[in-house]
Unconditional design. Sequence first.
Length: 141
Amino acid sequence: MAEDWNQQIIEEFRANEGRVGGPFEGAPIVLLHHRGRKSGREFVAPTMYLPDEQDPGDLIYVFASKAGAPTNPEWYHNLTTAGRATVERGTETYPVTVTEVAGADRDRIYAEQARRYPGFAEYEEKTRGIRTIPVLALRRA
């Protein structure tokens, strides 16, 4: 079950100063804290991120890949509706503003993530003709 899988990653992340093993060994992981736009409940979603080349400390990108599923993950809708969130990155927790990246910038950032982590190229192939995987910019508030 996805919630159990996520909970294990969250616990490992917190126990190891933001590092996890298994399929995510060595990958940059962030925990996205978001509130359900309908339920109002707080959720935490672990996801990989890409630090911005010019501003790696204050700007990161996350990818609403949902492992190549035909629909966007719920956290994507919650973050874009709210326009803000909180992230846990390493041992630090801080608020961020959320904006969607579009066009050539989106394509360039996604291509870099796919170059570093080929699974993202596979996700893009799975969603071709169904949806474009969104890229969100999370800037320290």
